[in-house]
Design a protein around this ligand. Structure first.
Ligand code: PAF
Length: 284
């Protein structure tokens, strides 16, 4: 596996692959790789002749009081895991390579509507940071296919709209969330949890599953949302949002909507966890 930190090296290696007619699949990450990321790399191998993984802890998507400094940086271990997984090329640039003029001078990509609620409301500017860095990475790597985990469901919808609106000729693939046996979604931030918190955190997914059963049995959206919040609080969570939405617009679900997603974010101690679950209702 080639490990490159500079754009010029990345471009020249990728030119060689493209001249040889190879299809490129990219897996953008912020590193601290777990088996969910490796699953993305494995999936990427089905879509590309070569797999590029990017590791960049993107300062633009962190708010002022968020965990940018504490975010785990484990490049040597990550590179080892990617090598074992059969990744072709790792691009791990320093901040100065991606934002040479600083964050203040950076052109910003802002995706309307779908960015605004949920994590967009709780973390102002977060999705501008994500859309901006992902569009830069897409321009640098010029992949045929890009893969993202669906744990970050809203992020996937934001990137889907950005790709359509900005005419990126890239096929996006959302990959199912990988979970621990307790149901807890794999996330780099799980490493912040104590073992007691980790056990209690499994209630987030259990609550989503129960909400789905209730919605499919005809319970009201408002009733399901408020019951879920109570259940999360009882498990020691501080809910941020818990919202039944239309799966494509992410607007609050209306009674006629059939293809839904429940989006959830909640604090367990000092750790903010997110998860979601798709819900199909039968047509009336
Ligand atoms: O999901 C992530 O790890 C990040 O938000 C991403 C897509 C790599 C952009 O920094």
């Amino acid at each position: 596996m080639n490990i490159v930190t500079h754009i010029s090296e990345l471009r020249s290696l990728l030119n060689g692959h493209r001249l040889a007619g190879r299809r490129v699949a990219v897996v953008p990450t912020m590193g601290n790789l777990h088996s969910g990321h490796i699953h993305l790399v494995n999936e990427a191998q089905r879509h590309g002749d070569i797999v590029v993984c990017t590791i960049f802890v993107n300062p633009m998507q962190f708010g002022k009081n968020e965990d940018l400094d504490a975010y785990p940086r484990t490049l040597a271990q990550d590179a080892q895991k990617l090598e074992t997984a059969g990744c072709t090329l790792l691009f791990a640039p320093p901040v100065s390579e991606i934002y040479p003029d600083g964050l203040e001078q950076q052109t910003v990509v802002s995706v309307p509507k779908v960015s605004e609620r949920h994590c967009g409301a709780s973390r102002p500017g977060h999705f501008d940071g994500v859309a901006t860095v992902v569009s830069k990475l897409f321009n640098l790597v010029q992949p045929d296919t890009a893969l993202f985990g669906l744990k970050d469901y809203q992020q996937f919808r934001v990137i889907t709209k950005m790709v359509a609106d900005l005419c990126f000729p890239i096929k996006l693939i959302g990959v199912e969330t990988q979970r621990e046996s307790s149901g807890l979604a794999l996330s780099s931030r799980n490493g912040y949890l104590t073992s007691d918190e980790k056990q209690r955190a499994a209630v987030l997914y259990q609550t989503l599953l129960e909400s789905r059963v209730q919605l499919q049995a005809g319970s009201s959206i408002e009733g399901v949302e408020s019951m879920a919040r109570v259940q999360l609080e009882q498990a020691g969570f501080r809910p941020d949002y818990y919202s039944v939405c239309d799966a494509s617009t992410l607007e609050p679900a209306q009674h006629r909507d059939r293809d839904l997603v429940i989006l959830a974010a909640a604090w367990m101690g000092k750790t903010r966890l997110i998860d979601n679950l798709r819900v199909q209702l039968s047509s009336r």
